[in-house]
Design a protein around this ligand. Structure first.
Ligand code: ZN
Ligand code: ZN
Ligand code: FE
Length: 758
């Protein structure tokens, strides 16, 4: 029987080859009608045999183009019109809502084949792309997503590209960044002074320079990388010196999964992530023997590895290097460099050469970073290749802008049933990052077509993002406690909206009592939380300095556990810092410059210094990371912690005094760091399980959400999840947004929405 349907498809369905796909699918099924883009996505009318229409719809859902993401299909039967063929119509301009924009992606297989095919007209063309691949988010200046609204607007298509662009059956039909050797962007090699290096083949010349050990700044999708031959120790050391980066590992780019496998241990799941369209940096455990320079990731058991993402990177990696260092081009913690002029200016004295091109990057977007363990994925940085994918929410609500935290800042907008997290903005500790924070707000407001009346912000009065929020006029303001935002972000990313036990472990977050929190057990839902337990407060001698210098926390914990007997202890960490002990103890006793914290991160710092792994950190999170990596052989031993029931309230505090005393015993017995670290990690996992059991017995809550930067520690996360599940808990951990502060803007947004809906 003949039928006709109108279909409205929402999701990422524009600029990703969706209409040609609909066109060929309809023809293959012998169906008539039309397809067009409208402001909600793609609209289709389809007429023919009912069975063919059903086939058509299921193919649409199951075999849609790689970059597309269908969020919903609404089908409505309408009267027959008697069409005989199928058409692609021009777009309908409806301005009420906006279709979703795709993240940037790597080069697709079809384009790769053409890239290395000497007979193809785009042979080795550094900007080859099609509707299935290439830049998106980073080149969009405005919506709708049309070429003149992207940084491609300055290039006029040649007749051949023009024909491809207008042919519905061509892979490049409406591929906005289309171009070729004749008409598209081109690369240039500049020397340190900015003068163009005369060469017929700038990419080939770059390969030669890199092989000579030169440092070359290379423009990628979301910004510049500093590249150097990763096998050349001298060159890597030079890069470290020039970049003033002492120990933080450099990311590596390798040609393919096989090379990654040569350097690191990989699981099938990890290989899949490596080669996914996102092309993130994936942290992988080093093999014992490899040919990579020691300075790439000194003292680190992991390499951060990524595969080529852009055509230029594919050509560079072709047979030339085992691996290239590809580190974000910035100075210390400043934002990644994106413009050619900016690169010449900011990277002066660092890069010997610059491989640039004339397709501008509109939105700077760092590489995404991930790690996996035992089936758990941790997204440490959600940026290029993932932004601006929506996090689907459970319900509609008002538009909110959540300003995020201080470190690893991201912002988040809500619109309809979606939350949109920004690219990684960075540590909001300098004017440059703050400027990019402001830029990102403007840009996302524009491309998402949102104008929020509600601002959510962290309670810390000195965070730049908070100060920004408090200065805005005529907005409704919702302050959100840091760890509350953490645990809600964990529920929200799983589209769960029910009361739960929340465990938020991190380095720093401003508490309701004005203290520095960081080991919080909540019972909570989207609307409220009760702080039920936390680690016993401990002084941080020297305040902020104690967050960078773990030995200070070691002294504080040892003093708490041993009091004046501290001076009789024969501990290496105390000997190393003997001249400071008296000062620290005075600070602690007199409560001068020794703020109290319940931070779990500081406990990890303390143990790291205590067992002589790390006294002073050169980058955030270094000490806990090294403590985790010290775990070599695993066992199940525990230290003895104490859960103290504060009789006057229902609050619990968890004391690690005995844990510290037992660690000191172990140190005296010359237990290896590996064993102490393992036992310590097991203890923290056991604390979580015990506390959750206690809270379950009081509240009947069986769902646990784990959040906060500490859970980037995959040994701890894996063990905790495992033991919670063995005890019958349902457990949620982060998979789609970072567990670190890069994820809190989502929690802030969801909490503010709920607060304003009441
Ligand atoms: Zn392609
Ligand atoms: Zn062309
Ligand atoms: Fe945090």
């Amino acid at each position: 029987m003949l039928k006709r349907f109108n279909l409205q498809i929402e999701g990422i369905v524009q600029g990703v080859g969706f209409r040609p796909f609909v066109f060929s699918t309809a023809r293959a099924q012998g169906l008539a009608g039309w397809v067009l883009n409208n402001s909600r996505g793609v609209e289709i009318e389809i007429e023919g045999l009912e069975e063919s229409i059903n086939n058509f719809i299921s193919i649409l859902k199951e075999k849609s183009p790689p970059l597309s993401r269908i969020h919903s299909v609404q089908a409505q039967e309408i009267p027959l019109k008697g069409d005989h063929s199928f058409f692609i119509y021009e777009s309908k301009e409806l301005a009420d809502r906006l279709p979703f924009i795709s993240p940037d992606t790597d080069v697709c297989d079809d384009c790769l084949r053409e890239l290395f095919d000497p007979s193809d007209r785009r042979y080795l063309y550094p900007f080859i792309n099609c509707t299935n691949c290439g830049p998106r988010f980073t080149i969009i200046r405005d919506i709708p997503y049309d070429r003149d609204k992207t940084t491609m607007h300055i290039f006029t298509m040649c007749p051949v590209c023009e024909r491809e662009y207008h042919d519905p059956l061509n892979r490049r039909f409406h591929a906005q960044p289309i171009g070729c050797w004749q008409c598209g962007p081109r690369v240039m090699l500049l020397d340190a002074s900015g003068a163009e290096v005369e060469t017929a083949d700038p990419v080939q010349k770059t390969i030669e320079l890199l092989l000579q050990g030169r440092i070359v700044a290379i423009k990628g999708l979301g910004g510049f990388h500093l590249a150097v031959d990763a096998a050349a120790q001298d060159a890597v050391v030079r890069l470290r010196e020039r970049k003033h980066r002492e120990e933080k590992p450099f990311a590596l780019m390798v040609r393919n999964v096989e090379t990654a496998r040569q350097l690191c241990f990989t699981s099938p799941a990890e290989e899949e992530i490596l080669s996914s369209h996102t092309k993130p940096i994936l942290l992988l455990k080093k093999r014992p023997r490899h040919a990579i320079a020691e300075s790439v990731a000194p003292g680190n058991q992991f390499f951060g590895i990524m595969l080529p993402c852009t055509p230029i990177q594919h050509v560079l990696m072709q047979d030339n290097f085992l691996a290239l260092v590809m580190t974000s081009a910035n100075i210390s913690e400043e934002p990644i460099t994106k413009d050619n002029d900016e690169a010449l200016e900011r990277l002066r004295g660092i890069a010997d050469y610059f491989l640039v091109h004339n397709r501008d990057i509109h939105v700077r977007t760092d590489d995404s970073i991930m790690r996996t363990m035992a089936g758990n994925i941790s997204i440490q940085r959600r940026s290029r290749g993932l932004v601006p994918l929506a996090v689907p929410l459970l319900e509609e609500g008002i538009e909110v802008l959540a300003c995020g935290g201080e470190l690893k800042n991201t912002i988040c907008f809500t619109k309809d049933k979606n939350a949109f997290l920004s690219q990684y903005i960075g540590d909001m500790e300098n004017a440059e990052t703050f400027r990019i924070f402001l830029e990102s707000i403007k840009h996302l407001e524009n491309i998402l077509q949102v104008s929020p009346q509600v601002l959510a912000y962290d309670l810390h009065p000195n965070y730049l993002a908070t100060r920004y929020a408090l200065e805005q006029q005529g907005m409704r303001l919702v302050g959100v406690q840091h760890h509350f935002a953490h645990v809600v972000s964990c529920l929200a990313e799983h589209a769960v909206d029910e009361p739960a036990i929340g465990v938020a472990f991190d380095g720093t977050g401003y508490g309701d009592d004005g203290m520095i929190w960081g080991s919080e057990f909540f019972t909570f839902d989207y609307a409220q939380y009760v702080r039920r337990a936390h680690f016993a407060y401990i002084p941080m001698p020297g305040g902020n300095a104690a967050a960078r210098e773990p030995y200070r926390m070691a002294v504080s914990y040892v003093y708490q556990a041993f009091k004046d007997k501290l001076f009789d202890l024969d501990l290496p960490v105390l000997k190393r810092h003997a001249e400071h002990l008296a000062t620290f103890i005075t600070m602690i006793d007199r409560k001068v410059n020794a703020p109290l914290t319940s931070s779990c991160g500081r406990l990890f710092d303390a143990v790291s210094a205590l067992i002589d792994l790390r006294d002073i950190m050169t980058f955030e999170g270094q000490a806990p990371m090294e403590l985790e990596m010290a775990i070599d052989e695993q066992h199940d031993a525990l230290y003895h912690y104490e859960i103290i029931n504060n009789a006057e309230s229902t609050d619990y505090t968890i004391s690690f005094e005995q844990v510290i005393r037992e660690i000191v015993e172990d140190i005296k017995r010359k237990e290896p760091a590996s064993s102490i670290s393992c036992r310590f990690h097991n203890t923290v996992a056991a604390v979580i399980v015990d506390m959750c059991k206690q809270l379950r017995s009081e509240t009947k809550l069986n769902l646990v959400a784990l959040s906060g930067g500490v859970f980037q520690n995959l040994y701890l996360l894996t063990r905790t999840v495992d033991h919670l599940k063995k005890n019958g808990f349902s457990v949620l951990t982060h998979e789609h947004v970072p567990t670190n502060d890069g994820g809190i803007s989502l929690g802030q947004a969801v909490i503010a929405r709920r607060a304003c809906n009441k």
